[in-house]
Design a protein around this ligand. Sequence first.
Ligand SMILES: [Zn+2]
Length: 280
Amino acid sequence: MPSSLLGKAAQWYGKRGYPVFPLHSAAGGRCSCGSAGCDAPGKHPRISRWPQQASTAAPMIFTWWHRWPDANIALVTGEVSHLVVLDVDPRHGGDAAIDEVQSRFAPLPVTVTARTGGGGWHHFFQHPGPRVPNSSGLLGPGLDVRGDGGYIVAPPSLHASGASYDWDSARHPATTEIAPLPTWLLALLVSSPRPKAPLDPRSPLADVVLKGAGEGQRNTSLARLAGHLLRHRVDPYVTLGLLQSWSQANCRPPLTEEEIQRTLDSIACSEARRRGGLHG
Ligand SMILES: [Zn+2]
């Protein structure tokens, strides 16, 4: 059996179905890759083809950590592990940015959380099914997301600062459920990057989105917004979440869930016909 702490932890992840692979280590602040100017000490892969090679298999994990007992642990995110991780890095303004995001949308739910060796936080969420891309700064400065095709450095890996990655003891994976990814967060993550220029204030749809709608215009506005989102290939599930949020925030009074669902169904049918994807 692997005797190193990191080897044991890697096996623990593998047993729980999380694919792992070995990273370089950064003992004493120097990366084991040997490059004096390494820009990601202890954070880059020690194997060449990690997307293919990451593994949950005990013999594979044993072999890696037998060879490199001090290798940091990469835990693969995305559909393969059913994980999406939000990385809050206070060194790049992540603390203020996550406060702002939460006050604009909703507080993050209680979920499994790790303290990173760099003084930040990794919040773990269940992967929602639709593809979640990796992103850096999309939600705000210092906020990175690791989803499909990504990985995070997992406890108890050692950071170049000398601090280790550790579970928040009140939010340890052995005792805490991983929360589903909130719908509003998913919507932010799968939408297109923020436009460089603000929405044209003369655009009629911008009026719909920003100013909202009174009783006489709610259904027409809802249908236009739904049509716009579906035509831009926003996932219908995400579209539903956005329409609900929009209605709550901008309609006086808000539309009922049934009204929103009915309109979305009808617009989705038209859109499917438009794409020629509806047969029979
Ligand atoms: Zn390196």
